[in-house]
Design a protein around this ligand. Structure first.
Ligand SMILES: Cc1cc2nc3c(=O)[nH]c(=O)nc-3n(C[C@H](O)[C@H](O)[C@H](O)COP(=O)(O)O)c2cc1C
Length: 404
């Protein structure tokens, strides 16, 4: 495994690379261990799952729950859902030492988000989005990036207008999922993307429907985008940006190694050169995170019968037993340099909430532990994938988007 080093300037990435390859924000899935994995396979930039900015500002527990990082995590953009300046800018100021930029979610079409005035409903209030971006830009200096991820409007000139204004407000780049809020599947509107790249000077990242590296380059050729973002395609194949058509066994081995090694925090043990013992469960990692990713990665590798067994596992030991018997894969120890590179960085947020406290209205003063507990059930996206396998003839792929 090669180590990624140093703090990378995201805007330099857009300037120096022909095409910036990006792992999409994915609730439940684009967490630290997965970002670390795709970083080994040609991914240039990764987004966290969407995090509710107001919980992030108000609750230490939410911060520690929703965002972890390590030295192998750079560059990373934290995506927030917010509909006030104080929540977004406050969250950005808290998080800024630990990430390379923040992104405002203006694409989530889920009913709960729309009801709360978050996600794609923000596009109905463009002035608010511009103000959020402008104030964030004024508060945190470059090279930290401030970006927006959005869907397109049926009336594409409205989207062009919003993008132009966002550019003037100081947005560093924009990600456009080229479907409207009521389209979950189907062809994306690449003409709309082409129009946007011709009208806006800041980098446009194209998103939607990419399944292979070839698709990435074709999309760039059609749209002239500076970056391509992938969600479904990278879940199924974290090596997509290397040009592989399916997940390699080496990638599965690396996933298991990252999950089992990167969650250790016992630095004293490492300093004394005592290797931690891999017991059944990796520290600080849910079974859901470990297992769901393997389910997606193995989708094209396991037979239908194998999937019916594997996909229903409930315990780490069952998964490890299966991987060992079927592929000879067992968790392997990192060497000391690797432990160091992948160990969690302590995210100390103390005294970083002045901006939030200054901006927030006076009547918000209670600390609320509002946690978005995405582990409380398996999630629509995972369930749709399982159903797909149970009933081969019914293609539900992409029907139940978790978000976005
Ligand atoms: C499981 C899952 C979770 C997602 N979570 C988010 C999210 O947190 N924020 C966001 O902006 N989009 C989210 N999306 C949408 C994706 O980022 C992306 O815009 C969409 O899936 C289209 O890209 P694709 O065709 O490459 O999958 C999610 C998508 C999936 C499949």
């Amino acid at each position: 495994m090669a180590l990624k080093c140093g703090n990378i300037n995201v805007i330099d990435l857009f300037e120096s690379k022909d095409l910036v390859k990006i792992c999409a924000p994915m609730v439940r899935y684009s967490k630290l261990q997965f970002r670390n994995l795709v970083g080994l396979y040609g991914c240039d930039l990764a987004f966290t799952p969407m995090i509710l900015a107001d919980s992030f500002c108000k609750s230490e527990k939410a911060r520690n729950n929703e965002f972890t990082t390590n030295n192998a995590d750079l560059p990373v953009i934290i995506q927030f859902a917010a509909n006030t300046v104080h929540d977004f800018v406050g969250a950005a100021c808290l998080a800024s030492p630990f990430c390379n930029g923040v992104d405002l979610n203006c694409g989530c079409p889920q009913t709960w988000a729309k009801k709360m005035g978050l996600g794609c409903s923000m596009l109905n209030e463009p002035e608010l989005i511009f103000n959020i971006v402008r104030q964030c830009r004024n508060q945190i200096s470059k090279p930290f990036t401030v970006s927006v991820k959005m869907r397109i409007n049926k009336n594409i000139s409205k989207t062009v207008d919003i993008c132009k204004q966002l550019e003037m407000a100081g947005a560093s780049f924009l990600t456009v999922h080229a479907r409207t809020a009521d389209q979950n599947t189907g062809d994306i509107n690449s003409e709309a993307l082409r129009l946007l790249t011709s009208q806006v000077k800041i980098p446009i990242v194209a998103n939607g429907g990419v399944k292979t590296l070839e698709d990435c380059y074709k999309l760039q050729e059609k749209t002239n985008c500076k970056g391509v973002m992938v969600a479904n395609g990278i879940l199924n194949n974290p090596t997509i940006f290397m040009g592989n058509s399916i997940t390699s066994m080496e990638c599965i081995q690396n996933w298991v190694n990252i999950c089992y090694n990167s969650t250790f925090q016992n630095i004293e043990m490492l300093q004394q050169n005592v290797k931690p013992v891999f017991d059944e469960k990796p520290y600080n990692l849910t079974f859901q995170c470990f297992h769901h990713h393997l389910v997606f990665m193995l989708d094209k590798i396991l037979s239908r019968k194998q999937k019916q067994v594997f996909n229903n596992f409930q315990h780490f030991q069952e998964v490890l037993g299966f991987l060992k018997t079927s592929f000879g894969i067992v968790p392997k120890h990192f060497n000391n340099d690797m432990y160091d590179h992948f160990k969690l960085i302590k995210t100390d947020y103390s005294n970083r909430d002045q901006v939030y406290n200054k901006l927030k209205p006076n009547d918000i003063n209670k600390i609320k532990d509002i946690l978005y507990d995405c582990e409380s059930n398996k999630g629509k996206y995972f369930n749709s994938k399982i159903q797909e396998n149970e009933n081969q003839f019914c293609d539900l792929s992409g029907m139940f988007l978790e978000n976005g």
